[in-house]
Unconditional design. Structure first.
Length: 164
């Protein structure tokens, strides 16, 4: 969401501080009925939005998409050649740059759907939006990403349309 590892780390720290403080203010019933994962995602997205309002993302590595070292360490001998790894890394860089061009609300929906692998109902709960709105945001994000990435990725982007 930020395009910057240091910002992402600060957001995670801020999220846990806010969550810890909020848990201290909850009574026992609130704590036992709390759906922890969506609640933490919501706090994280709010902290991220606040940070993005005050600072434009600067660039590069969306660690959720790929860590170049992880790509190199997970190479299966005989399957992936170095040039394949470099090409995938270049593609991931294009995707991360395209994601950073999306408005925050579309970027959040796309990140939760395609990077986190969340279902539309899960995203709706996290973002506190109706499922229809989430589907619309994901669809709009995909259309923008296709337009931005189309010239770079070719038919792969168009063929992914049937997965929606």
């Amino acid at each position: 969401m930020t395009g910057n590892r240091e910002d992402a780390e600060e957001i995670v720290q801020d999220t846990f501080v806010r969550a810890y403080r909020a848990l201290g203010k909850m009574d026992e019933v609130q704590r036992t009925t709390l759906k922890l994962q969506p609640w933490l995602y919501t706090i994280t997205l709010n902290v991220t939005r606040n940070r993005l309002r005050s600072k434009r993302p600067t660039s590069v590595a969306l660690d959720a998409l790929a860590d170049p070292d992880a790509l190199l360490n997970n190479v299966n001998p005989g399957l992936d050649q170095p040039e394949d790894i470099i090409e995938r890394t270049a593609d991931l860089h294009l995707v991360e740059q395209a994601l950073l061009q999306l408005p925050v609300h579309l970027r959040a929906a796309a990140t939760l759907r395609f990077i986190e692998g969340r279902s539309h109902p899960e995203i709706a709960e996290i973002l506190a939006q109706p499922v229809g709105t989430v589907k619309s945001h994901v669809h709009r994000a995909v259309r923008i990403l296709r337009r931005v990435l189309g010239p770079h990725v070719g038919r792969q982007v168009e063929d992914g349309e049937s997965n929606e």
